[in-house]
Design a protein around this ligand. Structure first.
Ligand code: SAM
Length: 464
């Protein structure tokens, strides 16, 4: 495989005697990974129902290898049910090693298309808030879809420069993840196009961007909070150099240890001009040392006294339209994992949202979604949304139709067809039903006389 000479020389310096072993691994096939959505299913249950062969990724509790040359897990209904995300195994490490707890306020600064944000959201288990941002609004659209498919409703999906976010969220977050734009050296085996991109924009270009993003993120972290910085490159300036720069600018930060794995290598203080021994606590992932592509991860804590920052003022709940009221009463919110409070409902035109608690005033921010889009009120008729369907489960909503995965109506539903379901429902029931595969929601349908009118979101439908 072609590698630029300058890159080869750098890797020889970094790896010394191991360089040949590293180069040889470019001839080996890449690894494919699948990460279980623990908000929707336990790892044990997923292993029990998984329709294809998977092998555990040893350093990620909910991660598995699959044979990407033989199978396409994205074409399975369980994928449409949000039971898993497809992600290169090393790329699972950053969100896995950031200790997010339910109830935390979490920011993913460079989140699209959502590989890490979906895991951070799953770890929150519906409590607290995930702010998923990406400067690119086109990439943020894919991010929104992945987050909704994963059933994460306690979310803001934004598309802003991190510098602008500081005005709104200074000292607000408990945990921040920066999966920084980088020169992508660790992805050369997975994606050959990255080599050409590297020749156009190398480490110096990205280093400037990374320094600006990490210092802006530092402003948004509360004292006591934790920040995880990751890249998929080997370059010392972009990795240890960015962390060294942060410590210089913000001495209140300290480098924390990362839960170990035998394949992880220590960060290399010598690659940064100043010697900071704690940089050894950061982690380098090399593809010749473990079964995944190249990555770098640093975990930091911001030290200092924490004052809880409260959000904006509460609006009084208004009187709700009867049909919305009736719909809300039908949901067992506790079983949906949502601590439902009416004052968190917001109305924008016909749309009804369920907002996370304690948000700052967000006037002027560019967003794709604030909160969970519950549905639309059209002439007092309430139509529940796709996002809400993905947040629910069969215990939380009474009227469900669940078919086994091998019933051909499951795929026909995903293609947008009207279904005859009289054999499952009888003739009696009418109205909104949650359509599920093996008990996991795919979307809505409206039932009348044994026929289910398809309400699967048109933009998500499978091609016929
Ligand atoms: C490595 S990718 C993120 C991948 C993502 N975390 C995931 O796991 O799916 C880096 C992202 O940073 C975004 N980006 C580039 N410059 C940025 C900036 N100044 N602020 C925020 N995001 C930025 C890019 O649009 C890109 O989506």
């Amino acid at each position: 495989m072609y590698l630029p000479e300058k890159f080869e020389r750098k890797m020889q310096d970094i790896l010394g005697d191991e360089y040949q072993e590293y180069v040889d691994c470019y001839e080996a096939p890449r690894y494919y990974g699948l990460r279980v959505n623990t908000k929707k299913i336990s790892v044990e249950d997923f292993v029990r129902i998984c329709p294809f062969e998977i092998r555990p990724i040893p350093w990620i509790e909910n991660g598995f290898y699959y044979d990407g040359a033989q199978i396409s897990p994205a074409k399975h209904p369980y994928y449409a049910a949000g039971l898993y995300y497809l992600q290169e195994p090393s790329a699972m490490t950053p969100a896995n090693r950031l200790p997010v707890e339910p109830g935390d306020r979490v920011l993913d600064v460079c989140a699209a298309p959502g590989g890490k944000a979906t895991e951070l959201g799953a770890k929150l288990q519906g409590q607290g808030v995930l702010v998923a941002n990406d400067i690119s609004s086109s990439r943020a659209k894919g991010l929104l879809k992945n987050i909704e498919m994963f059933g994460i409703g306690n979310v803001l999906v934004l598309s802003e420069e991190p510098g602008k976010l500081v005005e709104y969220f200074r000292g607000y977050f408990d945990k921040i993840l920066i999966d920084a734009p980088c020169s992508g050296e660790g992805m050369f085996r997975k994606d050959k196009k990255m080599v050409k991109a590297w020749e156009e924009h190398g480490p110096e270009f990205f280093s400037k961007l990374q320094r600006s993003i990490i210092t802006q993120a530092a402003e948004m972290l509360r004292p006591g909070g934790m920040l995880l910085y990751s890249t998929c490159t080997f370059d010392g300036l972009e990795n240890e150099g960015t962390i060294g720069y942060l410590l210089e600018q913000y001495p209140e930060f300290t480098i924390e240890g990362i839960r170990p794995y035998e394949g992880f290598c220590a960060g290399m203080p010598g690659l940064w001009k100043k010697d900071i021994p704690d940089l050894k606590k950061t982690v380098r992932i090399f593809p010749h040392k473990m079964k995944g592509e190249g990555h770098y991860i640093a975990l930091l804590r911001k030290n200092g006294e924490h004052e809880m920052m409260s959000g904006g003022s509460k609006k009084r709940p208004k009187k709700l339209a009867e049909e919305l009221e009736a719909f809300l009463a039908q949901v067992d919110w506790e079983k949906a994992g949502i601590d439902f409070k009416r004052e968190q409902l917001e109305f924008h035109g016909e749309r009804v949202y369920y907002m996370p608690e304690n948000l700052p005033d967000m006037a002027g921010i560019r967003f794709l979604r604030t909160g969970l889009l519950m549905g639309e009120l059209k002439k007092n008729r309430f139509e529940p949304s796709q996002a809400l369907a993905m947040c629910l489960n069969m215990d939380a909503y009474g009227d469900c139709i669940s078919l086994p995965v091998d019933d051909d109506r499951v795929v026909r539903y995903l293609k947008g067809e009207t279904l005859d379901v009289e054999d499952v429902t009888g003739m009696k029931k009418k109205g909104w039903h949650l359509f599920c595969v093996d008990g996991y929601p795919l979307g809505w349908g409206k039932l009348a006389s044994g026929t289910l009118k398809n309400k699967y979101l048109p933009g998500w439908r499978w091609q016929s």
